[in-house]
Design a protein. Sequence first.
Length: 441
Amino acid sequence: MLPAPRIVAVDDKQDELDALTNALSQTGVACLGILFDAEKGGLEACPDARVIFFDLHLLGDAVGTPEKHFSTIVSCLEQMGPQGPYAIIVWSQHPDEASESDAGVGLYSYICERLDKTIPRPYVVMPLPKVEHLSKSDRGFLVSNPRGLRVKVDELLASHPQASALLFWEKYVLSAAANTVAQLIELSEGRAEQIKGVMASLAIAAVGAKNVDQDRFYALNEVLLPILSDRLGFFASAPEDLRIWESAFSAQDREVISAEKIGRINKFINVSTSTERLSAIDRGVVVPYSSILEGELKESIEGYFGLKLGEVVTRCFGIKNLKVLDGAKWVLLQSQAACDYAQKKPQMLSYFLGLEIACSAVRDPRSGDAPLPESLWVSPIFSIDDEDRVLLFNAGSLLVFPVSVISDARPIYRLREQILNDLLFKLRNHQSRPGIISLFS
């Protein structure tokens, strides 16, 4: 329940480790110190670490080659499992050994080559010589000028302004979340029984009394997320904060983005591939049509539309021809209204039938192809399974299923709320367009 450490220091010498963590603590920075023991091993997981101080010679100053020490640091990272972004600061008597040289690769290159591919690479490895900050005392080593050490660390991190700005944004999010929780507790005057009552009342207002106990976290989350989002949108920035962003980027820094990267960026913005906790009845979820299909896919599609498959894909989905349908995937999108979904109203669930297909298969009127149907919604290009693809949904392709039929289908991804609302606005607006009878002279 306590937050995971965000600043971590790893050293094989207890007095030097304590000197670093105590100095940072004196300047208001909490740092978890980990004493490295080659025989015991077993470092704690630190998935949220953003800055990791490593002594370079974790096996002792007289043991092994630089590569042996690099290997030990890689092993530590694999045990800690930071999820990034994170910076490594080499807190060492010999920081120069971590640099690239004619004699061999540096620590950064070694980590990038050898670290388990499931763990993000550090965005930077920077030296911080111990000799410049440690001094000997009767009680061992200490940092004689903690404020000077803090200033040096801040300067190192600020030398990479883009990462600093993103980490600063992350701090905004944490602060906004803390303020949201603080305001909720303030409404309850800080008393446990009243906090319980306020939480229950808010949850009931969000999803209804009958649904609260099915998922209490979800119920309260429905209330707190919009408040958190509003706080983030109107967060007041101090002048020194703005300077961090001014050094990070400007409009003139825009790069020419490749088609491959466009697909990856669009996917990042609009599609969530985290499906572990999702089911087919969750709003915005996309599931394969084949997972609930009985019989042949072609016969099912033709029976549903009352058209031959070639006519379906060209007339309803804007595909160039039937030949380019190879590799396409028929999918279903859960399109239940947000209020009905939040309150888990017992009813048949509505899904739009659509296509996930290579973007080159879709007609392009700018190139002289026939116009796309007015009833068709076309997604941005997404990079799915390392291929640029689009999603196509037609306003007329709405299917309805009982929960018992659809609930066992496995989601493949979920459309985020913003793009889901765009899709629903387009398709439902088309469904509800009015028609009038009138005479004209």
